[in-house]
Design a protein. Structure first.
Lengths: 502, 502
């Protein structure tokens, strides 16, 4: 559809919860608890004829008796009741609803499905519906938690849109433990009305949202999705985890959301062409947010590796090549400058192994030399703990140089306890930092892919096809004729001349 | 070479440290500290003419003045001194040395390298040498820490052998934070004498070692390695992280250890054929130990997925197929049994999505039904946190059934805080448990590959090639001749007859 009335969904001033409950662990009780705990300012009005009050808030027996038309209604009552509720709400002037209820694809009395009947009831007043069969909606910046997720959501600058409710709860839990906040958290469910395209279109102009993360199994309205995504990707980082890559996975996705996933190659091309970044695991999704938010713009695919041990350098090299990056060839000038500052046993090539006993100054010297080599586009820094040099001392020695680097630097402190403080120092200094050499390489490759995709987004297609040769005579004759003929004849004449000359 | 005298390396009764030091953060001081802190019972004798005592222990000026010949000597003095020290030690009767010193590939006075001169000095009395250019050796079960690693090492049942010193320290740090212990931790360095084959051969009959983990960049003595690995893989789990997979990585490995890595396909085939398991990251290396130690024997590649949400099921399906496993086709009987216990909205296929509100009993019921389906070889259990059911309650409900399962079950509790207790309960119950659906699938695939490799290890090659046709007449004439000819003629005649008839 469009972004029409979505402001009532994402910035409501009042909310009604139809099916609110006091029954412990029911969906109605969980959503009510979340709504009250979220810090939402407008009135929260529970509706349930069985209770006088729900969790301390006066309850209303039905939609008709609500003291005002809510901007947003959240519905978690049985499938057969939804259509009637939508009709009542729509008539009272409510413009948006979140339908948590599952099972609306069953047949209703009039021969269609409950879902179709619900959409029909919403149409006359253009009421917008999120769901059905979703976990709900959280907009922490306005304190709105209209979901039955188990965890609180911190405000932040990431919007997360998911077709899977299970991933919604898992990602919220994961994000909470890492102190990651969200501008919006949207569980789309079956996308009967509001879908990826609508929400991306709406969020594309939301100043609080810097990154948009998508968990996608299938896209129903491809054209709308592409146009919204292309627009959003011009000023936000849009990262896509697309599942259902193989036939068996697509089949599982179909049984899940009832939609056919389509060829993965098509999705892959579309994601690239629209300037988005594709990732393959939830962890990659958040790593990509970190990387694209922190790393300096990457201008190429040639990686220089700076390490205090050969093994991690070899592992990083393997992965870089396997993922499509290149290992930079260092210039002779770089090699001789490195010879001057490194012990004689250094590797004399890339990866630049500066030997296990390297103190901070040796890292800094090598870093500054690599920074000047035009044959390298980015630097991967690897450190394995040693008893000889303290990781924190090395980190502190390096940070001033890293802050003035023009090239993107990706850092990986291998190990655990011995490098915790060094990792923290790097992260506080805004340097993209990863747990393993492989994760660091992966981040570098993400920046390459992201840059390529952004370039194809900005590319203007040629205005005519390359095998076109202008027929100047035919064109001139058309123009001569047009300048002398009356208006109503023009179209016919032009058509005739052009066809005749081709 | 062989396992000759390796007992003095791995079970010494006395140790001398040549180059022990009081200078803070030097290698000599770090090794002395580690030796003293390890809890080693035999005498630890520091050698250094500059000090009267090192870290409180009486020091000796040279090898000649040591009160007894140490079983093991640890050497961290400059390259030019090593050969003389080895000669002195060997003459006094020391049978093993760990040479930490790097740079022995430089030329010595007599035209060969320091390394070759060192080996020549060790040969007459069959003294064994680990290194040079290594981090050292730790054998926590006897309290021996003859290394300059930064972290203490807990006793356990894993032997870790590494060609990279940097990976040694990173892995020790990582293992410490996860409370993982080792029977032996061996940094091979340049493997001038003692190499992978020797150590694997020695550990193959060590009852304290259950798993042998290898970080390999190159194997010099392939035949010895293969025979040691095949023997060890019959009663230990041998897991290999082989780096230098691509040409660029192999080149980096060559500059690192001075050895050519060789074709990766050859390594791959060798690892498979010897009943070992190949992994690709350090994390996989330890995941594999967990999996192969905990999971029930896996008899096939058909996976049933049990989940409380569609999305994780789709992601697991994608990964299973991409990694070469299969998604089990459930029998009609299984489907109808599941119909009887699951809500009508369940997925009606594999992945078995039992819906977000699933309590523990529903998981148990579905698990018991899947367990009976002969079309599935293993079960992957996935759970995303919900506000409706507590993860711990679900875990506790499932554990009794899981303990009686015949099929291997791999579990993944998605999320963080909300599932910490459930994860812990599963791990205490000995159920292989992973952070993400992808890790769970990866573990399953590891068991498939391991089983295949173990099968090819046990396979007896045919005793003659398949295109062989016996030449009965020629054979008979050889036998006739042999039974009548004198002994000295036999060999020549047999040779002649067989050649003539071929």
């Amino acid at each position: 559809m469009s972004i029409r009335n979505l402001e009532y969904m994402f910035r409501p001033r009042s909310v009604a919860l139809i099916g609110a409950s006091n029954r412990l662990k029911s969906v109605g009780a969980t959503v009510m608890k979340n709504l009250l705990a979220g810090g939402f300012e407008g009135p929260i009005m529970p509706v349930n004829p069985k209770y006088e009050a729900i969790q301390g808030v006066l309850a209303y027996p039905d939609v008709a008796s609500l003291p005002q038309a809510p901007d947003l209604a959240v519905i978690c009552t049985p499938p057969a009741t939804v259509t009637g509720l939508i009709a009542d709400l729509s008539q009272r002037g409510t413009k948006a609803a979140v339908v948590l209820t599952a099972g609306l694809d069953a047949a209703s009395k009039d021969g269609t499905t409950y879902q179709q009947a619900m959409l029909n009831a919403a149409r006359p007043n253009l009421m917008r519906i999120l769901g059905p069969n979703c976990v709900g909606l959280v907009a922490p910046r306005i304190g709105l938690n209209a979901s039955f997720a188990h965890a609180a959501v911190k405000p932040g600058h990431i919007a997360f849109l998911t077709q899977s409710g299970a991933l919604a709860t898992a990602v919220l839990d994961w994000a909470k433990s890492r102190d990651i906040g969200f501008s919006h958290f949207v569980s789309l469910g079956n996308s009967a009305d509001v879908d990826f395209g609508d929400v991306i279109d709406y969020l594309g102009s939301d100043p609080a949202t810097r990154s948009i993360l998508l968990y996608v199994e299938s896209i129903k309205h491809a054209r709308k999705f592409m146009s919204a995504a292309r627009a959003a990707a011009r000023n936000k980082t849009v990262i896509v985890l697309k599942a259902g890559r193989v036939a068996e996975g697509a089949k599982a996705a179909a049984s899940h959301t009832g939609a056919l996933a389509g060829s993965d190659d098509v999705y892959d091309a579309a994601i690239r062409r629209a300037g988005m970044l594709r990732v393959y695991t939830i962890e990659d999704l958040f790593d990509a947010v970190e990387t694209l938010g922190r790393a300096k713009p990457n201008m190429g695919d040639r990686l220089a590796i700076l390490t205090n041990g050969g093994g991690p350098g070899v592992m990083a090299t393997d992965m870089a090549i396997e993922r499509g990056a290149r290992i930079a060839t260092l210039s002779d000038k770089t090699i001789s400058k490195l010879d001057a500052v490194l012990p004689p046993t250094w590797s004399h090539g890339n990866p630049v192994d500066i030997i296990g006993d390297a103190p901070g100054e040796r890292y800094v010297a090598a870093l500054n030399i690599l920074q000047e080599d035009d044959g390298a586009d980015a630097i991967l820094f690897l450190h394995a703990p040693t008893a000889i040099s303290s990781s924190l001392e090395i980190a502190e020695a390096m940070i001033p140089s890293l802050n003035t680097m023009k090239k993107p630097v990706f850092a990986s402190w291998l190990g655990a306890d011995a490098v915790v403080e060094a990792r923290r120092a790097f992260m506080l200094a805004g340097i993209p930092t990863y747990q393993s050499p492989e994760d660091g390489v992966n981040a570098f490759v993400q920046t390459i892919n992201f840059r390529r995709n952004q370039e194809s987004l900005m590319e203007i297609p040629p205005s005519f096809s390359s095998d076109f040769t202008p027929d100047t005579d035919a064109a001139r004759s058309v123009i001569n004729c047009l300048t002398s003929a009356p208006m109503e004849q023009i179209s016919g004449i032009a058509q005739e001349r052009i066809s005749g000359s081709s």
